[in-house]
Design a binder for this molecule. Structure first.
Ligand SMILES: [Zn+2]
Ligand SMILES: [Zn+2]
Length: 313
């Protein structure tokens, strides 16, 4: 009995050491890139589900003096403020000026009114928001502005100080190809498969020293590997292949057409060969980040990390 206790204490000790090693590996993976200037900051890793610890989808590519957002899930402006406090001033809400929307699903756009108005009314943003996205993004932006017309007029015409341009939106409906370039970054949009959406995009960001590809929402799409090609960071959505089996048949059908399983993503990563594959928009359905990594590991032996909000790569 005594020896059993000793063995179990030894086991616990080894397990704790293993866990400590594992978590430090993950931690260093998530923070090592802060040593370089360009970085990927996760503002939201969530899904349509209102998960308390995960804001809706939002990724920031930070390069030079600017931040370039991908998608506007609910909560990302608060997360950006937190990232600014954590040492990335480019994400101060006043500096949120450029965003790229992958597709018009609500979980990726419910934060758009927040992104349009909070940096203006709460942080005195001077410039309009430059908003890029598929056809329909202009219609959405105009309707949001119309919905908040009273608020805009009160702030502009009333006694409250307000910058004259900071609430405006310059929207750009783009087609696949190179869609944006400045001294920090070149951005390419490419089509991905996503259920019945006619226009769903992934984006490739090329900075002076890194190439970062973001999948958006996608079922397996050849364009991902075509655009990554040993890119530094591949940010990709995922669902648990194992947990899908427990879903209702109609949901299984939907998810197979709209999203990418762990096993499918392993195949994509093996072809794309990214420096690191970072999972976001994870559909766990009761599984854990470790489960997702294990499932991908069954078909892919490269470096994979499951992102949490505010992780930096
Ligand atoms: Zn989504
Ligand atoms: Zn979607």
């Amino acid at each position: 009995m005594k020896s059993n206790t000793g063995e179990s204490a030894l086991c616990s000790c080894v397990l704790m050491l293993f866990m400590a090693c594992s978590s430090s590996t993950v931690e260093s993976a998530a923070t090592s890139a802060t040593a370089v200037g360009d970085r990927v900051v996760f503002l939201g890793t969530g899904t349509p589900n209102a998960l308390p610890d995960r804001s809706g989808p939002g990724v920031a590519i930070v390069a030079g003096d600017a931040a370039y957002l991908v998608d506007a899930g609910p909560g990302i402006v608060r997360r950006a403020a937190a990232a600014a406090q954590n040492g990335t001033p480019q994400l101060d809400p006043a500096n949120l000026r450029i965003a790229f929307i992958t597709h018009l699903h609500s979980d990726h756009t419910i934060g758009l009114p927040d992104l349009i108005f909070t940096p203006w009314s709460g942080a005195d943003r001077e410039e309009p928001l430059e908003l890029y996205g598929p056809p329909g993004i202009g219609n959405m932006a105009e309707h949001i502005l119309a919905a908040y017309d009273e608020d805009i007029r009160i702030r502009i015409d009333g006694p409250q100080p307000a910058t004259p341009e900071g609430y405006r939106v310059n929207w750009h409906e783009v087609s696949p190809g190179e869609i944006y370039s400045d001294s920090n970054v070149t951005v390419t949009a490419f089509r991905v498969n996503h259920d019945s959406w006619r226009h769903a995009y992934g984006y490739k960001f090329e900075t002076a020293n890194r190439t970062i590809v973001v999948s958006g929402d996608a079922s397996p799409s050849a364009s991902i590997a075509e655009n990554c090609v040993r890119c530094d960071v591949l940010v990709h959505e995922v669902y648990s292949a194992t947990a899908l089996e427990g879903r209702a048949p109609e949901w299984q059908r939907y998810h197979r057409g709209a999203h990418t399983s762990t096993h499918e993503l392993g195949v994509i990563a093996a072809e794309a060969q990214p420096g690191v594959l970072v999972l976001y928009h994870q559909l766990f359905w009761g599984t854990t980040p470790a489960d997702l990594l294990r499932e991908i590991g069954e078909v892919y032996d490269g470096r994979v990390v499951s992102a949490n909000d505010l992780d930096v790569f």
